[in-house]
Design a binder for this molecule. Structure first.
Ligand code: NAG
Ligand code: NAG
Ligand code: NAG
Ligand code: NAG
Length: 200
């Protein structure tokens, strides 16, 4: 009996210690590192549910970006069918798919907050019709991490660096990319990532 308790505590302990420090005290999606390279790594994420909103942009639009953020923020603040407050998670993941719409001049931007682990199976439905629950399938991604304050230009530079470092465009999907931000606007010790979905 005591043995079982000790094992259970060890399991809890190892689950907690594998959470990266850059998630702070927030729930963040589970992953394993499949391979580390010099300036980047290949991660495997488990399937997970997120709350999502999307918009179309002709060029990067920080006003639209913050509107999207607040739609998702309102969902976790209680604008959902359960009227429930939902804890913030990390990271905020944006997916950019350029080259769509009229003359392929537009970019689809999707913004995602992860549903906390204990609510993953049954998140309450959003009440805002432009906000929806989406399932991110199990996914392998190439990840480049960097510190400091990031903005859209920095993310584009880091994506280009990641592509150059991978140096083989048949290893990833080049038609879309991910950004992951782990910090609120006032944090000092910041962690940012850009991701490319790996091809197999
Ligand atoms: C992911 O990790 C969290 C916390 O570390 C845990 O509660 C959850 O059960 C894990 N999910 C899976 C599918 O293992
Ligand atoms: C909550 O959602 C409704 C749509 O169902 C929307 O009209 C309202 O502005 C939202 N409220 C907030 C605070 O986001
Ligand atoms: C990139 O790959 C090519 C072969 O496709 C190789 O010749 C070149 O050295 C590589 N560059 C770097 C920086 O690894
Ligand atoms: C690039 O990756 C593809 C797919 O794995 C592989 O077949 C090819 O040999 C790689 N090219 C180079 C130059 O390494």
């Amino acid at each position: 009996m005591l043995g079982l308790v000790v094992i259970a505590i060890c399991l809890l302990d190892s689950a907690a210690s594998t959470k990266p420090s850059f998630c702070h005290d927030l729930d963040c999606p589970n992953y394993t590192v499949l391979r580390s390279f010099g300036g980047y790594e290949l991660r495997r994420y488990e399937m997970s549910q997120w709350v999502t909103t999307r918009d179309l942009m002709t060029s990067y639009d920080s006003h639209k970006n913050s509107q999207m953020f607040f739609k998702l923020f309102h969902y976790i603040s209680g604008n959902n069918t359960a009227g429930m407050k939902i804890p913030m998670t990390a990271p905020v993941v944006d997916i950019y798919t350029p080259g769509v719409g009229e003359n392929n001049q537009q970019t689809v931007m999707e913004m995602h907050f992860m549903i906390p682990h204990n609510m993953q199976p049954y998140p309450p439905a959003p009440t805002d019709p432009t906000v929806y629950i989406s399932m991110l399938p199990a996914l392998d991604v190439y990840v480049k991490s960097f510190g400091g304050f990031s903005d859209h230009m920095t993310n584009l530079v880091k994506i280009t660096e990641l592509k150059n470092e991978i140096n083989n465009s048949s290893l990833y999907y080049g038609d879309h990319f991910y950004t992951a931000g782990y910090d609120g606007p006032y944090s000092v010790n910041r962690h940012n990532e850009v991701w490319l979905a790996a091809k197999h």
